[in-house]
Design a protein around this ligand. Structure first.
Ligand code: ZN
Length: 437
């Protein structure tokens, strides 16, 4: 039996993952048959609350079948009556969600999907990369006889159904701990040194501490019940956080299987096919010198096969902007990033420099071949002329030197504090038998 929920949180409070813990409490007679799943969906949709994450639980009788329907020769006869419980589980889920979801807040439109099968993975792919309509989703759910319920504009049904459709190809884990009720809404007492100690003590975690910006990255700043979340590739290792982060004691914790850090939101595409709300990967070359505009955002044009688009490293990407500023026209690069509704600009999350062009600057006008005197410029891009003997010189005759580039070919990513849930950290890029690079 699968239970999927989405959009129960608001900007001011509740968190959908906390409801997962409440649902596990509610269904204490059942076992979890798999890790609870935290599934992030398209980060570019304009109506998301915070992280656009939905939660899926798989519940059943597991090893502890409790549904005894008889006893034969001393052996209990068990009945796996999941389908018969559909209605009961569906209603109890709705009761839990409606009692906790912040439905009085604008923008909170919870949705629930309950049933015994998953929709086709295509629904997940669309939900994580693009826009899915409620009508599309309810048609799929009706065809599969899955039960669903929603409040407000019922948008949460979309996220719940898309999350339920996720089949993990690449996946990571997150241990999320929750605060004691009396601490909700107060500032979190997360000690910076403890977070660094946790980072040093764990090999397979990522996005824990931002050394470039000198900031912890495990505790949110919203007033939700989450104390902290630690992400990594090995779920057992995540439990080290419980012994290391001591500055505030959590009330409960739960480890989720997630699509965070997997790049599932990215589509390989061409510039001419870019449209609003997508997250894209493009191969291109730099077409204009990066400029810094008001607010500290850095913009530059990139081109590929005759099409051009603006790429942006916004102010929150901090030190990443310093790397982008080193790009010059002609550099061959790859970009990963999300597209807003308007204008069509790539919000860069990651950059790979494949080929740096030679940066050449003019140091002096050419000398005259005839009389040896330094020539004068005729005008911009118009060449040179000797004032003494009128000999002409080409633009190319000027004395130049190659300037050392302050950027190397290779990978660059935005700092941890600016990273999106779905973006694959470089640390995970070459994960193999030898572990992280
Ligand atoms: Zn001359």
């Amino acid at each position: 039996m699968y239970i999927a929920i989405d959009d129960t949180d608001s900007k001011s409070g509740m968190c959908t993952t906390f409801l997962a813990t409440e649902l596990i409490k509610e269904f204490s007679e059942l076992s979890l048959l798999d890790f609870p799943r935290l599934v992030r969906l398209n980060p570019n949709v304009p109506w998301k609350t915070r992280g656009n994450g939905a939660v899926v639980l798989e519940l059943g009788y597991g090893k502890n079948k409790k549904n005894v329907i008889g006893e034969i020769d001393g052996e209990t006869a068990l009945w796996d009556g999941e389908s018969a419980l559909d209605e009961d589980i569906f209603q109890r889920t709705i009761d839990v969600v409606s009692s906790w979801a912040e439905t009085d807040r604008e923008g909170t439109d919870p949705g629930v999907v309950v049933g015994n099968i998953r929709p086709d993975i295509g629904l997940y792919h669309k939900g994580v990369t693009d826009i899915v309509t409620l009508e599309e989703v309810t048609n799929i759910l009706d065809d599969l006889d899955l039960r669903y319920w929603g409040m407000g504009n019922r948008r949460g049904i979309i996220g719940a159904a898309a999350a339920l459709a996720w089949v993990p190809l690449d996946c990571t884990y997150e241990l999320i701990s929750y605060r004691k009720r009396e601490n909700w809404g107060t500032s979190r007492r997360i000690n910076r040194d403890e977070v660094i100690a946790l980072d040093k003590a764990t090999k397979y975690t990522f996005d824990t501490f931002d050394y470039r910006e000198n900031k912890q990255a495990i505790a949110p700043s919203s007033p939700c019940p989450v104390l902290y979340g630690v992400r990594g590739d090995e779920h057992e290792e995540l439990k080290k956080s419980l012994g290391i982060i001591k500055s505030e004691e959590p009330e409960r914790y739960l480890i989720f299987l997630t699509n965070q850090g997997t790049d599932d939101h990215i589509r390989d595409t061409n510039i001419c096919d870019i449209r609003s709300y997508l997250s894209v990967h493009i191969r291109c070359s730099v077409a204009s010198s990066p400029i810094t505009i008001e607010g500290g955002h850095v913009l530059f044009e990139v081109t590929e096969d005759g099409s051009t688009i603006t790429a942006a490293a916004y102010e929150p990407t901090k030190s990443f902007r310093g790397i982008v500023r080193q790009l010059i026209i002609g550099d061959e690069i790859e970009l990963w990033g999300g597209i807003r509704e308007e204008p069509l600009t790539v919000n860069v999350e990651r950059l790979k420099v494949n080929n740096l062009v030679k940066k050449i600057t003019k140091i002096a006008n050419p000398e005259c071949d005839s009389c040896g005197k330094r020539m004068s410029s005729v005008g911009k891009d118009a060449g040179y002329r000797c004032k003494r003997c009128s000999t002409k010189g080409d633009e190319d005759d000027a004395l130049t030197e190659v300037v050392e580039r302050k950027i190397l070919e290779g990978w660059y990513e935005v700092p941890v504090v600016a990273r999106r849930h779905l973006t694959k950290p470089l640390k995970r890029m070459c994960r193999g038998k030898e572990g992280y690079c």
